[in-house]
Design a protein around this ligand. Sequence first.
Ligand SMILES: Cc1cc2nc3c(=O)[nH]c(=O)nc-3n(C[C@H](O)[C@H](O)[C@H](O)COP(=O)(O)O)c2cc1C
Length: 335
Amino acid sequence: MCASSGVFGGHRVILAPMAGVSDPVFRLLCTEAGADVAFTEMVSAKGLSYANEKTRHLVDLLPQEGRVGVQLFGHEPDTMAEQARWVEAELGERLAWLDINMGCPARKIVKKGDGSALMKDPAAASAIVSAVKGAATHPVTVKFRRGWSEEAGEAAPLFARRMQEAGADAVTVHGRFAMQFYQGSSDAGCIARVKEAVTIPVIGNGDVACGTDAVRLLEETGCDAVMVGRAAQGNPLVFADIQAALEGKAALPPPALEDRIALARRHVDGLLAIRPRAAAYLRKHAMWYLHGAPHAAVARGKLAHCSTQEEFHAVFDEVLRAQAGTGGPHAAPSL
Ligand SMILES: Cc1cc2nc3c(=O)[nH]c(=O)nc-3n(C[C@H](O)[C@H](O)[C@H](O)COP(=O)(O)O)c2cc1C
């Protein structure tokens, strides 16, 4: 049994914000499997301020979804504060908390002074946090990385303290430098040093791929909760394994292909029902669900052309038939 007390009422396992990934059906599948809270992808405060429909749709929730976290990005304190208020008004009770993105390393984000660029300017970062805190009634957290670059050195512990002083209610740290993008590994020691530097809760993030990883990160760093991103892609059931590990239970076996495909079907059906033009977007999710399946490469080729619900299901059916060995164990797939 893992001793961590969690954040904001005991949330210990959180689905990370992922741009181009964290759609409402994916979030629902992850919370059903065991994520305590799921995040939207990062939402541009500027886009919201222009009432941009595409941006606003990023905070659309399914009726059956639980409370979600919403992550804003931007660098103008007033815009961030105003849009935090808009999100609160829009989501009401369904908002778990607001997060501010100070970790995104993507060029198009950083060049405007957003995302991880804010780690290079702690005064600007603090002004954003104070403004959002002054406007919002929900808890406000900040998500950032170990620092800007290896050459510049680890900045996270001091940065975390600045965010706490500016009013942040918790911080999330991904133990890579921004300029590492996703190379190398996430440094758990950095998360431990952040935990020592602040009194607010710390959410540890980076390279948690199973329940064992989650328990290790919580125990080694003393962090209060874990956030999981890439390991959930094509595998929302990773959250079931993490919850089992937190309860001291044995690791769950890897999910059967049938179970992954059942989730893939729900993802496709659920999202096309609310976003009829999401087929192209869904292809990558569908490919993730089939990772490691027999003849997955052939299936991926087929998925790349799927435009309708029926076409997705036909590929899933064929993968299951290939797995069942219809036509012989090594038969060339009809896929
Ligand atoms: C496709 C993708 C999109 C992401 N989008 C966001 C985002 O919108 N906001 C954010 O703070 N981090 C974003 N991240 C970073 C993740 O939230 C997380 O910090 C990172 O993937 C490390 O966690 P992991 O090892 O569990 O994947 C993204 C990561 C990926 C792979």
